[in-house]
Design a protein. Structure first.
Ligand SMILES: Cc1ncc(COP(=O)(O)O)c(C=O)c1O
Length: 450
């Protein structure tokens, strides 16, 4: 056997043996089953991550070794044929080439699968590549997607323009909170995917994942959920979704230094995406580098702690901003339209997400406030993206949602003065709040307050 189990952990043993070593191996999986499903046990993301297989380093290091090889040797020529036929795969430590499976990337995939409670996961070079690869795997030319009208600008553009032009895949956009509209838009036998964000970018609308999943499944439609805004907080697959996609570039990375993504879902889906003839990950090649996968694997163990602090501060700032009379949107506030819903779906003790949005009314006011916040009081940085330890803020209409037309922005509820804030956790909460208040007072604009 390739692995030696010790104290409940797995020491990744060394082997490059021939096929004969595996006679009678109880790990044997049927031909073409590259990744076996993970055990279904799952309580919450922290427990699942702690239960995930811990990979030790080659010399007994507490951290795994990085498998930096692009290609892998075999001891016998026959093994190569068996690997290419799908008979021998990564589940038994047989690797072909790192655009296919790589052990270090696979380890990060195991962590992502544990985090989201799915059978399998595999990591990609960006969030967009994860999203586009899943959609292309689940939809053929002429396919149909029903999608929320409140989506990250890049995903909206992918669905509106790119997939229609390049693949004749069309999308009907709907208000995801209008369940009758969602139901009507899905056509049994035609619609392949229902796509939405668990908490939408940047308007923070929360999707009713159980109800939407039930509706989609009744019509034979796959549910794909982007959980970039709420790792640890929400677990869409446990609530009924089929596939969860992530931009790992955000909270999961936490360092604003890496672009990465993941597809978490059934082992059969991940395996199909790796198929040598039909797999989007294999054939379009949005591969994650093993060194990047190692970096990210080291950050996932403290994702839960980071999320709790992002969420704690976001709730505190949102509450205080509301008290001041600012127009603030945050799912943790009782006046948020889906506050009760998010409470019913959220994992215990993580809060309601690390992002809040403030509507300043006009782009001019939004820009003036951000300018004070960054350049006068050092509250945060004007930058897109999210999940960093510093607070990041951007005016969505003119930045990350600028792919949407004015009409689409209006439909999505994005006001021209909407500032999205990804709340950081460095410095003390009071120190940062006083920086916010100082910037606000420099605005000298009473019209900001209700
Ligand atoms: C919700 C959401 N999904 C997907 C993406 C795309 O991810 P990436 O930039 O890693 O490609 C982003 C942002 O960039 C996002 O905010």
């Amino acid at each position: 056997m390739a692995d030696t189990k010790t104290h409940g952990f797995v020491l990744s043993g060394k082997k490059r043996a021939g096929a004969d070593d595996f006679d009678g191996d109880d790990y044997f999986v049927a031909k073409k089953s590259l990744l076996p499903p993970l055990a279904p046990s799952w309580e919450d993301p922290a427990a699942a991550l702690a239960n995930a297989r811990h990979e030790f380093g080659e010399h007994g290091g507490v951290n795994m070794s990085i498998e930096a090889s692009a290609t892998f040797t075999v001891m016998e020529p026959e093994t190569m044929r068996r690997m290419f036929s799908g008979e021998l795969g990564p589940d038994r430590d047989f690797f072909i080439y790192s655009r296919h499976f790589n052990p270090t990337v696979l380890n990060l995939g195991r962590q992502m699968a544990a985090l989201e409670g799915t059978e399998a996961a595999y990591c990609t070079s960006s969030g967009m590549s994860a999203i586009s690869s899943v959609l292309l795997q689940l939809c053929s030319s002429g396919g149909h997607v029903v999608a929320s009208q409140k989506l990250y600008g890049g995903t909206h553009a992918l669905l509106t323009h790119f997939l229609r032009r390049a693949c004749n895949i069309t999308t009907s956009f709907v208000d995801i909170t209008d369940h009758a509209a969602v139901k009507n838009a899905m056509v049994e036998g035609k619609t392949n995917v229902l796509y939405f964000e668990a908490i939408s970018n940047p308007t923070l609308t929360v999707a009713d994942i159980p109800a939407l999943s039930r509706m989609a499944h009744d019509k034979g439609v796959n549910v794909v959920v982007d959980n970039t805004f709420a790792p640890m907080v929400l677990s869409p697959a446990r609530l009924g979704a089929d596939v969860v996609v992530h931009s790992i570039s955000k909270f999961i990375s936490g360092g604003a230094d890496i672009i990465a993504g993941a597809v978490c879902g059934p082992a059969s889906l991940v395996n199909s995406m790796m198929d040598l003839h039909q797999g989007t990950l294999m054939l379009l090649g949005p591969t994650m580098n093993a060194k990047v996968a190692f970096e990210l694997s080291e950050r996932i163990p403290h994702l839960g702690l980071r999320m709790k602090e992002h969420c704690r501060r976001a709730l505190e700032y949102a509450t205080r901003m509301k008290k001041l009379g600012l127009k603030v949107i945050y799912p943790g506030l009782e006046d948020h339209p889906q506050h009760e819903l998010v409470k019913s779906m959220a994992n215990k003790d993580y809060g309601f997400g690390g992002i809040l949005s403030v509507d300043l009314g006009t782009e001019e006011k939004a820009n003036r406030l951000m300018n004070h916040l960054q350049n006068s009081t050092q509250f945060g940085f004007m930058a897109v993206s999210l999940g960093y330890y510093e607070t990041l803020m951007s005016c969505s209409g003119s930045s990350t949602s600028s792919e949407l037309s004015a009409e689409e922005q209006e439909l999505a509820g994005i006001s021209p003065g909407l500032v999205r804030m990804s709340v950081g956790y460095i410095g003390t909460l009071e120190q940062r709040w006083s920086q916010f208040e100082k910037a606000l007072s420099r605005m000298q604009d009473s019209s900001l307050f209700k």
